[in-house]
Design a protein around this ligand. Structure first.
Ligand SMILES: CC(C)(COP(=O)(O)OP(=O)(O)OC[C@H]1O[C@@H](n2cnc3c(N)ncnc32)[C@H](O)[C@@H]1OP(=O)(O)O)[C@@H](O)C(=O)NCCC(=O)NCCS
Length: 225
């Protein structure tokens, strides 16, 4: 497996990169910022991307986005082709894209936002720590990228202070601890209970079907709190 900084010689892989990202988003049921092959080609041309190839076959990809006039960079579009998953490839790609970012943008703060447990785990082990959104870029173009996410209304309701995603910021020389996936899963489910309107709405809908019962009255009280 070759994991390299991409360049113009990799232009032919742009369509398969876009298709694999779009197909995975469909499976996960998440919204996604649509990337065109032309947009991906720009990243390849600028040397702001990492590509993994098995021979001539596309295996994985990730690229760098620059925000707030190079004060912040984030890694985006991480994708491992289904044929190459669960072999540690995403970890290697993320490490390569982090090294590339440190080399090209040494003064930038490196951050990410994600709901994906795999990505949280990889980031954590690379030296990222969870932070509040106030520590991330305020560049409106970055947050515009969230508009296609199905949870965008949560971000709007909280005035961009929090969402289902966890913000993570890379810290140099951090003492690495092992990843506590249970804690992250718990945090995610607490956020879902707090923020997902549809939960409340479906609870309300079921309450209206059985008004007056003891259980319904106590559920109503809980929802008012
Ligand atoms: C998420 C994704 C990039 C992981 O790629 P991968 O090459 O299979 O990941 P790795 O093999 O490097 O796994 C890294 C770690 O994450 C864990 N992991 C992998 N997939 C996971 C999942 N779906 N849920 C929870 N943990 C997962 C692995 O067990 C591994 O942990 P370990 O070191 O304790 O074994 C890949 O599944 C993918 O492309 N998914 C669709 C796109 C996507 O979700 N991108 C991320 C957007 S934020």
């Amino acid at each position: 497996m070759k994991i390299v900084t991409a360049n113009a010689s990799h232009f032919k892989y742009a369509p398969i990169i876009c298709d694999t990202i779009a197909a995975s988003a469909l499976v996960r049921g998440t919204g996604i910022a649509k990337r065109t092959p032309e947009y991906i080609q720009k990243k390849l041309e600028n040397g702001n991307a990492i590509i993994a190839l098995e021979g001539q076959t596309f295996a994985g990809f990730c690229y760098i986005e620059v925000w707030s006039h190079e004060k912040f960079v984030a890694h985006s579009g991480l994708i491992v082709h289904p044929d190459f998953r669960n072999q540690g490839l995403a970890k290697k790609i993320k490490k390569a894209v982090l090294d590339l970012s440190l080399q090209k943008f040494p003064k930038a703060k490196i951050f990410g936002i994600t709901t994906g447990l795999a990505v949280m785990k990889i980031n954590y082990e690379l030296g990222y720590k969870p932070v509040t959104f106030s520590e991330l870029t305020t560049d409106p173009d970055f947050w515009k990228g969230c508009q296609t996410c199905k949870n965008f209304d949560v971000l709007t309701r909280t005035e961009q202070k929090m969402c289902l995603c966890t913000g993570m910021l890379y810290e140099k020389n951090v003492v690495k601890k092992s990843f506590n996936s249970k804690a992250f899963q718990r945090l995610k489910s607490i956020k879902e209970q707090l923020f997902l309107k549809k939960n409340k709405e479906s609870q309300k809908a079921s309450l209206s079907l059985n008004p007056g019962s003891k259980y319904m009255e106590s559920a109503k009280q809980k929802m008012k709190k």
